[in-house]
Design a protein around this ligand. Structure first.
Ligand code: CP3
Length: 346
């Protein structure tokens, strides 16, 4: 058991807490008017990620309003390809755009030589947060999992079914393996540096894990994640890791037992009784309210919150959404959620 005064860390070390600690994925973002104002001040989303004072500010904004138990570094999973030399841009309303990696020559242009220097502002943001968050709030660092980051690198944008990424995986397996090895190395280096600048917990976002068949899930979701967990445990013992293999379905169970994560974040499609029976005996569970219930509000929101708390609150649990907050979310609905979770009596 953790002796920490931080309830979030206690839950991750296996304690059952009533009420459970809570935070929300994408808790800093466009649904908040003060976020939109700071982003305008920064110029662009990536400028915001690379300007420590402003990135600290937007990380703190939702904490001031809602008193979450954890703060998550304000950055993006795509700063990793950007730092490897694959220039990322965000087109308003369209999402990320990158010059796609499709050949050995494309991959040869990427390297780790300027990696930490490029990410220095992100490390400075983490160090700034470590000094400014409340003493009872835990600080989360994060990265995209190699597979999810590779989808953006190979497609060159967001995608629904990943024709190029899966095409490379199946038709150019050596090239794909080389990209995944580079990403696993870079992601580990990045996470260790985040820890050295104050991250107390790491979350690994594998947003597109659910797109892979079992065999490829083993090779490209479970194996790289297990390598990252083992590296953090060996080099920075005591820092817990939360995995989020979104859409993994029944493979959530092997993900948990084989990667040995301390916590697992479940998406909204995972049945609560199944998660309580099959996942909670192995690790702390985090999730999984549908983000659209937070848009709907009212009694539907209350009932959804109560259902998650009732089914998962009897074991090690962190309340969260099943995926990130969406921009149309009314801030007052987040306040309603925060009050309801904090007043839960079990
Ligand atoms: O508050 C937090 O959760 C911390 C910050 C955070 C962001 N992105 C900020 C962001 C985190 C943890 C992420 C992770 C991320 N980024 C993921 C994994 C989690 C998930 O949501 O599935 C992925 C796949 C990305 C890649 C990404 N970033 C996309 C596809 C987009 C465009 C879609 C969109 O929502 O606009 C982004 C942009 C992004 N990342 C924004 C924010 C606040 C919106 C940018 C803006 O302000 O215009």
């Amino acid at each position: 058991m953790s002796n920490s005064t931080k309830r979030f860390l206690r839950a991750l070390s296996g304690e059952t807490l009533t009420p459970p600690p809570f935070w929300l994925m994408r808790q800093a973002g466009r649904y908040l008017p003060e976020y939109r104002a700071t982003r305008t001040q920064a110029g662009s989303f990536l400028d915001l990620c690379y300007t420590p004072d402003l990135a600290v500010e937007v990380t703190l904004q939702p904490l001031r309003r809602y008193g979450f138990d954890a703060a998550i570094l304000f950055s993006d999973i795509l700063v990793v390809p950007d730092a490897l030399g694959q220039k990322v841009s965000f087109k308003e309303g369209e999402g990320p755009v990158l010059p796609p990696i499709r050949s050995a020559a494309d991959l040869d242009r990427l390297n780790l030589s300027g990696f930490h220097q490029h990410l220095a502002p992100v490390y400075a943001t983490m160090a700034g947060l470590a000094k400014s968050i409340p003493s009872t709030t835990a600080l989360i660092g994060f990265a995209g999992a190699p597979w999810t980051v590779a989808t953006y690198m190979i497609e060159g944008s967001g995608s629904k079914d990943f024709p190029n990424a899966k095409g490379m995986m199946f038709s150019q397996p050596e090239l794909f393996a080389r990209l995944m090895a580079l990403l696993t190395q870079a992601t580990g280096d990045y996470l260790i540096r985040q820890i050295d600048n104050g991250a107390e917990v790491i979350q690994i976002f594998d947003t597109w894990a659910g797109a892979l068949p079992e065999e490829q899930f083993d090779a490209w979701v479970i194996a790289p994640t297990r390598a990252l967990v083992e590296r953090i445990r060996a080099e920075r013992p005591g820092v817990p890791v939360i995995g989020f293999p979104r859409g993994a379905g029944v493979l959530y169970k092997r993900y948990v037992t084989e990667t040995k994560v301390n916590g697992v974040s479940i998406d909204s499609s995972v049945p609560l009784d199944w998660a309580a029976a099959e996942l909670q005996p192995h690790c702390t569970v985090q999730g999984n309210l549908d983000p659209l219930l937070l848009v709907a509000g009212g009694e539907a929101l209350d009932a959804g919150i109560d259902r998650v708390l009732t089914k998962l609150g009897k074991g090690p649990f962190i309340f969260n959404l099943g995926h990130g907050i969406v921009p149309p979310t009314p801030p007052e609905n987040v306040a309603r959620l925060a009050e309801r979770v904090k007043n839960w009596k079990g």
